[in-house]
Write a protein that binds this ligand. Structure first.
Ligand code: IMP
Length: 422
């Protein structure tokens, strides 16, 4: 069996897309397993920037197949826009992308409810307003519409009408928002059937069959450990499981198939949206990380909150996910900081805490160690040995503190700025 999983270890935006693009060379099939168009995955190839929200970034490799797994919530309009713009670029995305027939579809009422609920919340979550939470809620309520439903027009119409009755009531009576008509929803689904019908298959069977044929599979996580609905900083989380359990549920593969779990970690930490963030730096250093790291959301354009590497966060992520290695990204952004802070633990009311407390995060204080920085530009470095010694010491320090081998280092957005650590 050969199945690797790449998982975000912090609050998302760890540079997963770039690393997944790097690991795709060793895979035959790349699979997204959770989330939806709340993710924004940026890849730079030959100086050209691609931003994906739904299509796995593996699609840029012409000989690879890609899968939207059953664990996602899929906006059919957004997906087809991405597919069509790839086709315009000469990439045969329609032939190489498969969509699970069990994936739940995000419809306009999900997006309207996402925005309306956020407006009414006294404690904002800062959602991306892509309809993610309401669509996952419908999945649990068993009122969702799945991709496989679009093939039988009569039952589809019945299901949509029944869901719409409830959604319109909620929109109008609870949130004082305009309702949707059955026709407008059915139009979207009809267009989706015509354009994407051939891409919709039983992806669970396809993946199992592919493993029998010795194909190599790479599972691509979206968001990150601390945004996980079960393990993250609830309620400031997304509505799915970016962690390892989500990779199994969202594809139909089982734990015996997985032989590698790669944690993607940024060399510092960012968070977008609301919620606790112990190592956040709201001063000049935080601003400098944001500017140097171009830390603005690729889905919403919001400035990301920035801060220092948090060892306990990574240790917890390593435990929950069973990380077998770490790929460290955006090391180049730390160039020019005289001293680099690393949080090696926390303190609460004068007592040391050596775990990542998902519930009491607002009340703890990080304990920092300061490491020497480096001045040399490293974004053109092609070998680990050519990094300044302070940069290598920084990596050694993180690896020892977290207890998981850092095997890959990235120093820039392009494919070429990635190297193995000897
Ligand atoms: P939702 O997933 O749109 O409901 O947003 C819930 C929370 O997760 C918000 O704080 C978002 O900013 C955050 N979030 C969702 N997707 C991403 C992502 O891909 N990267 C970083 N943060 C995200």
């Amino acid at each position: 069996m050969s199945c690797s999983v790449a998982i975000g270890t912090q609050w998302g935006d760890e540079g997963k897309a770039k690393m997944i693009d790097y690991f795709t060379k060793d895979a035959d099939i790349v699979v997204r397993y959770q989330g939806g168009a709340n993710a924004g995955h940026t890849v730079v190839v030959n100086g050209k920037k691609y931003v994906f929200h739904l299509v796995p970034s593996g699609i840029l490799h012409k000989d690879k197949h890609c899968v939207v797994g059953n664990g996602l919530v899929l906006d059919p309009v957004q997906l087809m826009e991405e597919v069509e713009s790839l086709e315009l670029e000469g990439l045969d995305a329609k032939k190489r992308l498969f969509i699970s027939d069990a994936v739940h579809l995000i419809l306009p009422y999900h997006k309207a409810l996402d925005a309306a609920m956020e407006e009414f919340r006294s404690q904002k979550i800062g959602t991306t307003n892509r309809g993610i939470g309401p669509c996952y809620a419908d999945k649990c309520l068993r009122t969702g519409i799945r991709a496989g439903d679009i093939f039988n027009e009569d039952t589809l119409k019945e299901r949509v009408a029944s869901a719409l009755k409830m959604k319109n009531l909620e929109l109008e009576k609870v949130y004082n928002k305009p309702p949707f008509t059955l026709e407008e929803i059915m139009d979207i689904l009809t267009v989706f059937r015509k354009k994407a019908g051939k891409m919709i298959i039983n992806t669970q069977n396809y993946l199992h069959q592919s493993l029998k044929e010795n194909k190599k599979i790479l599972l691509e996580g979206a968001q990150g450990y601390a945004l996980d609905i079960d393990h993250g900083t609830y309620p400031y989380v997304t509505s799915s499981n970016p962690t390892i359990g989500g990779a199994l549920l969202g594809t139909g593969l089982n734990s015996f198939h997985i032989n590698e779990v790669i944690g993607i970690a940024k060399a510092y930490v960012t968070r977008v949206g609301e919620g606790p963030f112990p190592t956040e730096d709201t001063g000049d250093d935080g601003d400098r990380l944001r500017v140097n790291g171009k830390e603005f959301g690729s889905t919403t354009g919001r400035p990301r909150r920035c801060g220092w590497f948090d060892v306990e966060l990574l240790k917890q992520s390593a435990r929950i996910n069973g990380l077998t290695s770490i790929s460290l990204t955006k090391l180049d952004v730390l160039t020019g900081f005289g001293k680099i802070k690393v949080a090696v633990g926390y303190e609460k009311k004068g007592k040391k805490i050596d775990y990542f407390p998902s519930a009491e995060l607002g009340t703890i204080k990080p304990v920092y160690e300061e490491l020497d920085g480096w001045e040399e530009d490293i974004d053109r470095v092609m070998n680990y040995e050519d990094l300044p010694s302070a940069a290598r010491d920084y990596i050694d320090f993180l690896e020892k503190a977290v207890g998981v081998k850092i095997t890959v280092v990235s120093v820039g957005p392009g494919r070429e700025s990635t190297f193995l650590r000897g």
